[in-house]
Design a protein around this ligand. Structure first.
Ligand SMILES: [Zn+2]
Length: 441
């Protein structure tokens, strides 16, 4: 269970930010405005501040409306059955996917000015991507929607400094609410739950970047299947191992998160290989759901000319085997040589390493809970495979591990309703008797 004192620590942390924004900041502004001699300027600044205040008030209501959750940690994977996500894979049917890149939007205001849709098409098609999803902020880009394999997606989150963002894959609609300043665990879970109702996958994006997600969050968060472990802004292996070590069956994705596709250093860095016969979105979703995919970190040579990158990408090997034969996990690629292999288990511990092999082997032990494989291929390209996991049943069953605590939520909401009512009362009083308030100042 999630430690209750941690919950209150988080709550007061958020509350302090709001004290600063709602009490201290307006006071400073009002003192500053009084010193401005130009009346017109003073009026303009007052109007702008009022709009900002209203906006902050709306966000305050969003923050306070989040329910309080009770978390159950499933605990390490255990049981007599191993689930191998690569069972039944066809080694000739790998498709290359990127689900996270930004196009020019909002008149170039957001980062993505040079990434026109035409530039994105030409760059990713040249690099032989089978699919590249444009994930603009808070907007589903319909470019390419006439294609049968089109997958609508977007990046969720207004936060600029603490980027607790998510990539919504297979999105029907944008969820417009967000918590852009700081977020408690409840807010992160609530956002995942709400977005999950509106899209097929909610994937925490660049979890390690700017501390958007704490490693410890991953012990409790649930209701998501994909984690963007590979993103050039930050790799999130610690987050992934924390989720896996606590029994959350979460699978890897890798993306470029490119903002300028004309910069060769931003493209073809990280991607996801998905094993599907055809690219019908439903087949892609079911491959992602079952973990029939792996993440690739392509070695970027700084400032390498684009055509050289295209050539090198064409020579990249692929996974040909990940099979559990008896109690031996066997991994092979289309390359004659795997320079190094690491089998990683519970707590992110390295269980075994091998060097310069064609085939990698690991004998699973009775106390192994999950085993995932990392491969370094010639020219320092990396493959990160999804884990094999232990379960009580042949087909893994994911049990719900988060629920709303209605009693605590009701108590909090009654308290918040009084607080918000009091703020409204103060504002109305100030509007009705502005002079009295000025004398008091
Ligand atoms: Zn992004």
């Amino acid at each position: 269970m999630y430690n209750i004192s941690a919950k209150y620590d988080e709550f007061f942390h958020v509350k302090n930010h709001f004290y600063f924004i709602s009490l201290f900041l307006p006071k400073c502004l009002s003192i500053m405005f009084k010193k401005i001699k130009n009346k017109a300027l003073r009026i303009v600044l007052s109007v702008l501040t009022s709009i900002l205040g209203l906006l902050l008030f709306v966000f305050l209501v969003f923050y306070l409306a989040v329910p309080s959750y009770t978390y159950t940690v499933p605990g390490p994977f255990n049981g007599p059955y191993w689930h191998n996500p690569y069972e039944g894979m066809n080694p000739d049917h790998w498709k290359k996917y990127n689900m996270h890149c930004h196009s020019r939007k909002y008149f170039g205001l957001t980062n993505g000015r040079l990434s026109t849709e035409e530039n994105i098409d030409s760059v990713y098609q040249r690099m032989q991507y089978d699919h590249y999803g444009i994930s603009d902020y808070m907007h589903i880009n319909r470019h390419g929607s006439e294609r049968k394999d089109f997958i609508p997606c977007y990046e969720h989150g207004y936060g600029l400094f603490r980027k607790t963002h998510q990539i919504c894959i297979g999105a029907q609609k944008v969820w417009m609410i967000d918590y852009p300043f700081v977020q408690t665990l409840d807010m992160k879970q609530h956002a995942i739950n709400q977005m999950g109702k509106r899209c097929r996958f909610v994937m925490p994006a660049h979890a390690s970047f700017t501390g958007g997600y704490k490693v410890s969050d991953m012990k409790y968060l649930s209701n998501y299947r994909l984690l963007e472990v590979l993103n050039p802004f930050g790799f999130s292996f610690e987050h992934w191992d924390m989720a896996l070590s606590n029994g959350h069956r979460v699978y890897i994705a890798g993306d470029d998160d490119s903002h300028n596709v004309l910069n060769t250093n931003e493209i073809g860095r990280c991607f996801t290989m998905i094993n599907v016969d055809d690219m019908d979105p439903e087949n892609v979703y079911s491959a992602l759901e079952s973990g029939m995919a792996y993440g690739v970190k392509f070695n970027p040579y700084y400032n390498q000319p684009f055509e050289m990158k295209v050539d090198r990408m064409g020579q990249l090997p692929h996974l040909t085997r990940c099979e559990l034969v008896g109690d031996t996990l066997i991994v092979e690629t289309s390359s004659d040589l795997i320079e190094s292999v690491a089998f990683v288990g519970q707590g992110g511990k390295i269980l075994k390493e091998e060097h310069n092999v064609k085939t990698a082997h690991y004998v699973v032990q009775p106390d192994d809970n999950y085993v995932r494989t990392e491969l370094m291929l010639p020219k320092m390209h990396y493959f990160y495979l999804n884990p094999i996991t232990r379960h009580q049943t042949k087909t893994p069953i994911d049990r719900p591990c988060v629920s709303v605590n209605y009693a605590r939520t009701a108590l909090l909401w009654i308290g918040y309703a009084f607080m918000v009512g009091y703020i409204i009362y103060l504002v109305i009083r100030k509007l009705r008797h502005p002079k009295t308030e000025n004398h008091e100042d």
